[in-house]
Design a protein around this ligand. Sequence first.
Ligand code: NAD
Ligand code: IPM
Ligand code: MN
Length: 349
Amino acid sequence: MQIAVIPGDGIGPEVTTAALAVLRAASQVFGRRMAIETLPWGADHFLATGITIPGDGYAQLRQFDAVFVGALGDPRVPDNRHARDILLGTRFELDLYVNHRPIRLLDERLCPLKNRTPADVNFVVFRENTEGLYVGVGGRFKAGTPDEVAIQEEVNTYKGVHRILRHAFEYARATGRTRLCMADKSNAMTDGHALWQRVFAEIATQYAGVQARHVYIDALALFLVQDPSQFDVIVTNNLFGDIITDLGAALQGGLGLAASGNLHPGRTSMFEPVHGSAPPLAGRNIANPVGAILSAAMMLEYLGARDEAAAIESAVERAVRDRQGTPDIGGTLGTRETGDYVAGLLRRS
Ligand code: NAD
Ligand code: IPM
Ligand code: MN
């Protein structure tokens, strides 16, 4: 399999190095060849060349089986232009409409809620990934003056809403995670989210075995903290999905543990930890690489390497339970050493 790797900014290169050490170990143990090509795109490259992503960048990415990203975002690029082109641009241009973000507590001690076990925090968020408030439709008039007008439109299309809801229902049916919750803000966004209501009602009738439930996004934030065990599958729009998955990451023990896949089933897809470039942690070998490692496992699973993915997941679980990790999970290892530890578990398995 051919994989493009964009280590990116801040802690991105460090967590990527750790994830690649684990991928290499999986490749050796299971004997499946992986060809890795590293692309230099990120803040340094942009500041040195003025190029965020080359003109044929998305076409280049489409030549690979999958893309792995560390993180993008750098205080030296305050308008985040390079991250918009590289990260959001790839989501849009490769039409990666499913942002699949599993939330799974690996060890009871990591949950910030009282008396919650791994059985209570185990759900999947499907975030719509190609429209909503992220499309960049809008503009600023009289910018920088007291008369400034700033407009940024939310785009919801029948096709976009339909395909993410359909994906969530299909996943619920296929995996037996039968409680599906759609979250929107249709009480205030009475046009845009009326479309979500309409399509949700339409699709729900086609999945008799799935318990379909609607909650408003503000109430979802409340319920996730009060009792996360009531959720199996959550599906929501782009911005709400972004916010709720950081909340989900907190429930599993922190941003360093959360994984994601940006998918267009059947096509080249992109995998990345949920966290960003975490500038305060960068260059210190203290960032938790588990989110990156689990994202790499999701990538292998997507590419059909199920045994490798399962082996990585169980090695990570064991390492986390044994506190063989970074300080945020109560360990004393560095980023690199955590990657090597998980790789070592794979080699001994
Ligand atoms: P962030 O996710 O980078 O970090 C927030 C906090 O979470 C950190 O200060 C740290 O305490 C903790 N954290 C994050 N990753 C961790 C890890 N691997 N191990 C341990 N702790 C970890 O979010 P932010 O500070 O809001 O954003 C920083 C930059 O990253 C911004 O430029 C932002 O736009 C960008 N960003 C990029 C992505 C991405 O590339 N997918 C995602 C989110 C934010
Ligand atoms: C994420 C990030 C991105 C997003 C940022 C960096 C634009 O927060 O992947 O969760 O909002 O989608
Ligand atoms: Mn986010």
